[in-house]
Write a new protein. Structure first.
Length: 280
């Protein structure tokens, strides 16, 4: 589709997720030059704009106002105005209503330009110690226990590292559901990313549950979980050692894989371990 030159441009501007030094010069320029700045939380964004001495026409665009404000912003873009869209933190359109405005603008033939910057999911992923690719971003899980467990069951065997966002007050129950649906796989939990008290937990799901008992969770969390492995069919041509190797290839810890297969196949774990060593 040809972009109408008379139309304005929608800029999707990333903002810091904690550390203001992560604000890019390009984002500062785009926000300074935009005719309209659309923000999820205008009070939060006003503080950011004041810090960088940015003057601009700030309007609200959030989950509750996206239908009405989306129509207004789309009309302004079609009238030739440039709009800079920001989230509370990180990329707009990632687990927030900015996705809807970007889709509507693209459908209307309006140019949509990303202005890169900090992102919580990717920061957590690269420092998690788990495979960085492929990865699957699941955002926030459903709030109800039933719906959450249904979603987790659907995602149980995704062959990729899984990234989730979660609020501190739901963290314990979400981890309990993950443990029940997925088992005790390896994970990392990140909080206060890029801030003074940035913290990572790395271990198993059950160990993370024990950790938050000692250190009550505060701030938004980013959870990174090891890939799931499809259950191995117990066929005659799949021996226990092969099953162990398949589980490890799927992201399971070597000790956990050995223990699981040894118990299921009723073979000595030491025997499996020695066989694995001989092939390494």
């Amino acid at each position: 589709m040809t972009i109408e030159t008379a139309y304005g441009t929608l800029y999707l501007c990333a903002t810091p997720i904690g550390n203001l030094e992560d604000m890019t010069p390009r984002a500062i320029r785009m926000l300074s030059e935009a005719d309209i700045i659309a923000a999820e939380d205008t009070r939060h964004t006003r503080q950011l704009l004041n810090h960088f001495e940015i003057k601009g026409h700030l309007v609200r665009y959030d989950e509750h106002s996206k239908e009405k404000q989306g129509a207004y912003l789309l009309q302004e873009l079609q009238d030739g105005k440039n709009v800079a869209l920001v989230s509370d933190a990180g990329f707009p359109g990632i687990a927030d209503p900015g996705e809807a405005l970007a889709k509507e603008a693209i459908a209307a033939g309006i140019k949509v330009v990303p202005v890169p910057g900090a992102n919580a999911a990717l920061c957590a992923l690269i420092a998690s110690g788990l495979p960085a690719y492929p990865f699957f971003f699941g955002g926030f899980l459903p709030k109800s226990k039933r719906n959450r467990r249904e979603q987790l069951t659907k995602w149980q065997y995704i062959p990729a590292t899984v990234i989730l966002y979660e609020a501190p007050h739901r963290l314990e129950e979400v981890l309990q559901d993950i443990l029940a649906c997925w088992g005790d796989r390896q994970m990392a939990a990140a909080r206060e990313l890029t801030k003074l008290h940035e913290e990572f937990f790395r271990g198993t799901v059950s160990e993370c549950l024990a950790w938050i008992k000692v250190q009550p969770p505060r701030g938004e969390f980013c959870l990174v979980l090891a890939p799931g492995a499809e259950p191995v069919q117990e066929e005659a041509d799949v021996d226990p050692l092969t099953e162990v190797k398949q589980l490890i290839a799927g992201g399971m810890d070597k000790k956990e894989a050995l223990a699981k297969v040894a118990k299921a196949r009723r073979v000595p774990k030491r025997e499996l371990y020695n066989s694995l060593l001989q092939e390494e």
